[in-house]
Structure formats: C-alpha cells, structure tokens
Design a protein around this ligand. Structure first.
Ligand code: SF4
Length: 793
C-alpha cells in the first residue's frame, strides 16, 4: 500500500490542525512531529509480547518512519497465533496517552490531595536512596516494603529479589489466583497449579471460570473454544457453565446452570453426594493417591452425606434437585470429566471452600486418571543461577504462623488486606513503601484503611504511567515506561499445557522521560550498596539477556517458528536438527528478537500422581482447624463455637434475597477491561458495552421478572444502595442473569487514570461490603446485598 501523508495522518487519528503533536487520542512526542509530516514513509515491523494482561500473547507492531501505528498479533506466537483481544490492540493508546506523567512528581499538599510539583530524576532518586541508606544503616530493612502488581513477567522476580536482598521480607505480589490454584494448593500443596488440556475432555464443567474474558489467557482459550465447539458434533463434548450470570463462557457452553452467588462449593459437594451414593467413583486413584477419604466419622463421605444431601444443596444454591442429580451423573459417567474453578468463584467469601470442593469432584470422578488431561508443568532450564523465587512474608496471613501451610501463597492472595494485616500485628510498621503496576485505592473494597495506612507511611513511592487513584497517597510518583518501551520476559502462562517465554523489547525508546522499573531498581541498588545482579549486568536489559543464556545452553526448546506439524518436528529433532541454526548465544538472542520469544513445542508430560503429596479431601475437622488457624471473617473476631460445625459458616453468604427490591450485587469483568486499567484507553471505553449497547457508561443487568415487579424497563435509571453508599445506573433487562443478582461491570469509575477514565461511570467496588474469605484472604465481591430504587428522570 502506498502511504500518503493524508492517509498516514488519518491512520494516526490526527487531523492536519492537530498534527502539532496532540491528537484527540494520541500525544505524539514533539520530536517526531516533523518526521510525521514529511518523513519518507518507511514501513517496519517489530515483534514483542503484550503485557496488558498476563496472557502472554505475541504482538507485531507496525511502524511508519519508526513511529508505531498499529498492533497486530504475532502469527507465530504459540499462545495466540496472530490473534489479539481488544486490550492487546489498544496498547498504543497507553503508549501515546496525552496524560502520561512526564517527570517525577513530589507531593505538595497533604496525603490524599492530588497536588504535585515536578522534580528531576536525580532529585527523586537522591531522596529515595537517602531514605534507603538510613534504613539499612539502622538495620531496619524490615521497615521497607514493596507492593507489586504481578503481570507474570521476570520483573516480578527481579523486584522480589531486590526486596529480599535489602534484607526485607515485605514483598507483596498482587495478583488473583489462577484456575484451580486455591483448591490445588489446599488439597496437595501444588504450585503452580497443574496445567490441563481441554482437547482431552468430553465433559467440561466450569464453576464460574470464564476462560474467554479474563486470565490466564483469553485469546488462547477463545481460539481453543472455537475449535472445540466446531468438533462437538463429532466428539460429543458437553460444556456446562455454572454461574449466576451467563458470561461469554456460559454463552459458548452447551448448558448454563444458574446458581446463587457464593454457593458453587455447596453444589460441588452436593454432586459428590450423588456420585458417592451411586458408587461411581475412581476407586484406584482414591486408594493410591488420596487421604481422608476413608476414616469413618471424620472422612470426606461423612462430611458430604451429613451436610450436603440434594434437598439441602438445592435450597442453598437455587439449583433444582433434578438438575443437580443429572449433572452429577453425567459428570461421573463421562470418560474424561474435567471440573475447573476460578473467576467469580474466587471473588467470594467461599473462594477456597469452593475450589477445594471442585478439586475433590475431580479426584472422585476419574478426572485425574484420564491420560493427558492433566499436565505437569516442567521447570524451565534456568541453569545454575536460577531466577530467584519471590520472597514474601511467609505466614503473614495465619493467626498461628507455625500452622500455616509451608507455602507462602496466602501472602499473594491477601495483598488487598495489607492494612488489616498491619492492624492485626502481622506486618511491621513501614517507613518506606514502593507500589508498582497496581492501583490499590481503585481495587480495594475497603478504601479507608488503605488511605489511613498509606497516610501513616512517611515515604510512599509509586511507579506509574498515569496518575491513578493511589497516587494522591504517594509522596513521590516516578514516571514509568509501558511494556512497549522496555525489556522483559513473560513467563509461561499458568494452566497452559506448554512452556513459553515471550520476549518484550522496546518498540520505541522511553517516551516523556519515563524509565523502566528494572533500571530504577538497579540504580537504587548500586547507590545503596545492595548487590542485585550476580552477572554484573549494567541494565535491566542486560539482566533479561543474561537470563536467557542458560535457556540457550540447555539446548531445549526453540525460538518461535512458523507452524509445522509437531510429528515432523519430532522427527527432525531425532535426526539432530533444530528448526533454526543458532550456534552461538548471539545468534539465539538475535532470533528471539526477530521471532518474539522461545517455546518448547513438546507439550508438558502427563501429571504423575506418585510424585506429589497425597490429595487431601476436605472433612469437617479440617475445615474447623483451618477456620480457627487463619485470620477470620472479620479481623480479631472469634469464630462461633457450639454445635454448629464451623464450615457451615461458609454457606451463609449464599442466602436468598429477601425483599422485592433486594439483590445480590454481582460485579463482573469484561474482555475490554479485565483489571480496570483498560478504562484509560478510549477504544476500550468505546466498546466496553458493545453487547448491551451502552458504551462509556456502566449499566446494571437485571432479570426480566424482577424488572417487571419493580416496573422497570430497559434504559430506566436506578439508584443502587448498599451499606457502603449508592450509585445511579441505567438498567439493562436481560434473561442472562439469575433473578437474584444485579450484575454490574467492573472497570469504570476511576477518580484519576487520565482523561478517558477520570470520573467516567461508577466503580461497583465502592458499593461492596468489605468481607473476606476466611480461608484464603480473598476479598469477596459477591456478598453485598443492595436495594434498588427507580429514579424519575
Ligand atoms: S489476552 Fe492479554 S496478552 Fe493477549 S492480547 Fe489480550 S491483553 Fe494482550
């Protein structure tokens, strides 16, 4: 295509008058303006890896005269094979955002006020390193902490290593648990959770798991669902989605089972009841690889038969007894049943209870014995200098640290609860806190304790691309590069059945004076005498390159390559051939930059059950012990004692709605805005309400029966009132939600985050009663009762 000046500028969304630097969407750096207007129009392409979510998609960026103009999928990236989701496509709107921070900012007013003065990088770094040196001199490294939004890249490990090497244990990665993660961790202390191969199942039962609109990798699973749906007539695959709202996963399933929020674990145990009654269980797996299945009064069958008969389960879940019976029989009679839990089920007060119950359903019903269905993630060949594991404050979540599971995983899941953990005496007072890649003041359901905690810490330092809702509580904000301006490696995506490392490389040099977080940490480490890089790399880019050397030396895997049959590849390998020739590391490194990453095309091997700890079934005694040991529903409050077994407390959140105007609030995420950060990008705002056709404004989905009772019609305005406050929303009357919930999209209603997000819509999290799953520390989004009032226009 011949690129004329006119169509080039149109492509950028820039009119002639605006081509002085700022379009209505993109702010092109001043130094590019001349090139933009008169350049020779030379087209180039570079590959990298998207980091708008942790999904690991490879991207190809088209540039004209070295100015990136469009993001496409990398056709040879194994996760996405050339496809992207809307967030992947919108990345340039973040790169060129007109409100990007242009230099370090120091707070001028009181904490909580968005009032700043610009300072130089030298001044900012000088202030931080002085603070650091003071702490290290006084042996008070433990008064330093770092909250880090984990995007599944090497940078999380690097930042964790930075904290550990200063002598502090206060590194808090912030991320949601992966599919099955809570359940597998509880049942056999398995981390990362096992991968699974959807091609091998003939009965997929998803408990809230929406693989198509959120992590671990929505593009990968959208492609796979497409193939599975096409092959259904031949394979007979049945896909059942259990949820209170019919998400995309429900729409693409063969059956959607409506359920009351918070009660999915009860349904799983009700199904276990039927399966046990039918004696249709995997006797061999249970006998060899599990515990607490046979032990009399205290075993799993005793828990299930006493507390989860179908009539009781039906009353709690709202699922009719005949549906429950049918699901249990279909699942246990299929050849390759697979039950997954995650997504909304992780955002309830019963998150861990649910996942443990769902994992038990798999253990009971032959799922774990199906050849190739469950896969063993193979550790990467990082070599003798392995990537340091993230060091978190182990046991911070437990009332009795010695009884906490050996793993430090609860610390990961409970980052939202840090101010409460501080009040409960489980964290030291901090003098310096760094925050990166996460906006706690937007995401937290309990903002006041966050405001108070951050206000008490003398030095809060934030790495940010845009001023966000947390920034007013920072003392210094440091402008940070986007993923399109920095080096990094995206690590293998949890749950996917193969290994890959997606290379991130700068498509353009850092814009607007931003710096990569890795380089800033490296500089601080040098100035404070902390040894951070054994390889003596001078930059984070050097560190990334050094990390790939053992991968090259191992001879395993290959840079991404054009699709060929795996059998053909295997034959080549047997003959000693590699897809590419890279005799020296420099050749390998060059190929990675040309192709976009490394992968091991051989899929992970089958899970080997004899290698791991026995699968522990839940029992009454185990639930009791866990509820006593871990931080409880409300901090400091003792669990009730008496005749009621403690685990029945976990059923309480799924109680029925009581009055005609009362609903359970059910916030949900969309593919356009998984973490809420998408709101900063106008393309994503524009298409966020594509299905209900309401676009920039959020809406509330209500079942037609309830709407009729309240005399509401599509488009009417309602006031939604909770114990926390009220918001006004427009109603969408849809049959795709259970009649007991009011479903509201998450991701809008930012106080900051740039001009396209600021004060646009409402944040449903602000309505949420801040309740917590006592077993995992996950904040619940699914337990808030709201009242609805019609607003007269
Ligand atoms: S799924 Fe995630 S990684 Fe893939 S294109 Fe979308 S935002 Fe990027």
């Amino acid at each position: 295509m011949k690129i004329t000046r006119r169509n080039f500028l149109q492509m950028l969304g820039i009119t002639g008058a605006a081509a002085g630097g700022i379009s209505h969407v993109w702010a092109i750096p001043d130094q590019w303006v001349e090139k933009l207007q008169y350049g020779p129009r030379i087209e180039t392409w570079m590959v990298s890896t998207c980091s708008q979510c942790p999904g690991g998609c490879g991207i190809r960026v088209r540039s004209i005269d070295e100015i990136p103009v469009r993001i496409f999928g990398n056709p040879i990236a194994p996760v996405n094979s050339g496809f992207t989701c809307p967030m992947g496509e919108a990345g340039l709107e973040l790169l060129y955002h007109p409100d990007r921070i242009r230099q370090p900012m120091r707070r001028k007013g009181k904490k909580g006020e968005s009032s700043w003065e610009p300072i130089s990088w030298e001044e900012a770094l000088g202030q931080i390193s002085k603070g650091f040196q003071g702490l290290l001199k006084k042996n008070q490294a433990d008064r330093f902490g770092f909250i880090f939004g984990d995007r599944n890249t090497l940078l999380t490990h690097f930042a964790g290593d930075f904290v550990a090497r200063t002598g502090s244990a206060n590194f808090f990665p912030w991320r949601a648990p992966g599919i099955n993660e809570l359940g597998f961790w509880q049942a056999f202390e398995e981390f990362p959770p096992l991968a699974f191969d959807l091609n091998k199942t003939d009965y997929l039962l998803t408990f809230g798991t929406n693989l198509l609109e959120g992590p671990p990798s929505p593009v990968y699973f959208n492609r796979l669902y497409g193939k599975l749906k096409e092959s259904r007539p031949r394979t007979g695959l049945k896909m059942v989605h259990v949820d209170a709202r019919m998400s995309q996963a429900g729409k693409n399933a063969t059956e959607w089972v409506q359920i009351r929020p918070g009660s999915m674990g009860v349904l799983a145990l009700g199904m276990a009841y039927v399966i046990l009654r039918d004696k249709n269980i995997d006797e061999e797996f249970i006998a060899r690889y599990t515990q607490d299945f046979r032990g009399g009064k205290e075993d799993f069958p005793a828990l299930v038969s006493r507390y989860y008969p179908p009539d009781k389960v039906s009353a709690i879940t709202g699922v009719p007894p005949e549906t429950l019976l049918r699901l249990a029989r279909e699942f246990s009679s299929s050849k390759a049943p697979l039950a997954l839990s995650g997504g909304v089920s992780d955002r309830s007060e019963t998150a861990l209870f649910t996942q443990w119950a769902v994992a038990s359903l798999n253990a009971l019903s032959r799922s774990f014995s199906v050849k190739g269905l469950w896969r063993e993630p193979v550790p990467l060949p990082w070599g003798p200098t392995p990537v340091p594991s993230v060091n978190t404050r182990s046991g911070a979540f437990s009332l009795k640290p010695q009884l906490a599971p050996e793993s430090d995983r609860p610390g990961h899941w409970a980052s939202e609860e840090l101010p409460h953990l501080r009040s409960a005496g489980k964290l030291p007072d901090l003098d310096m806190l760094m925050i990166a890649q996460v906006d706690p003041l937007y995401l937290s359901t309990d903002q006041k304790p966050w405001q108070e905690w951050l206000s008490r810490i003398p030095q809060v330092l934030q790495f940010a691309t845009l001023i966000d809702d947390t920034s007013p509580y920072a003392d210094l904000v440091l402008p940070t590069t986007t993923y399109l301006e920095q080096w990094d490696i995206t690590l293998p995506v949890p749950n996917l059945p193969f290994s890959q490392l997606g290379l991130q490389q700068p498509i353009v040099p850092p814009l607007n004076g931003a710096r990569p977080i890795g380089d800033v940490l490296l500089q601080l480490a040098t100035e404070t005498g902390v040894t951070l890089l054994p390889e003596k790399s001078k930059s984070y880019a050097g560190y990334v390159e050094a990390r790939m050397k053992p991968i090259f030396a191992s001879g395993k895997g290959t840079p991404y390559f054009e699709a060929v049959s795996l059998n053909f590849l295997e034959e080549l390998r047997k003959l000693g051939w590699q897809v590419y020739s890279y005799p020296a590391f420099a050749d390998f490194w060059r190929l990675l930059q040309e192709k976009g990453g490394w992968w091991d095309p051989g899929e992970y091997p089958e899970a080997e059950w004899k290698k791991r700890k026995k699968f522990t079934f839940p029992t009454v005694a185990r639930f009791d012990a866990l509820l006593k040991e871990r931080v409880l529903l409300r901090y400091g409050q003792e669990t009730q004692k008496g005749d009621t077994p403690l685990h029945t407390l976990l059923e309480a959140p799924s109680r029925k709605t009581e009055t005609p105007d009362s609903f359970l609030l059910a916030p949900f995420t969309t593919l356009m805005n998984m973490t809420g950060e998408g709101a900063s990008q106008p393309l994503l705002q524009e298409i966020s309400g594509l299905i209900p056709r309401v676009y920039w404004k959020p809406w509330a989905e209500m079942h037609p029966e309830r709407a009729k009772k309240l005399s509401l019609q599509d488009g009417d305005l309602i006031r939604v009132v909770s114990v926390k406050g009220s918001v006004t929303l427009s109603v969408k009357v849809v049959p795709t939600v259970s009649s007991e919930i009011l479903a509201v999209p998450f991701g809008k209603g930012h106080k900051e985050s740039g001009r396209y997000a600021k004060n646009i819509g409402t944040n449903p999290v602000a309505l949420i009663d801040p309740l917590v799953d006592p077993l995992s520390g996950r904040t619940s989004w699914q337990s808030t009762r709201v009242r609805v009032e019609k607003v007269n226009k």
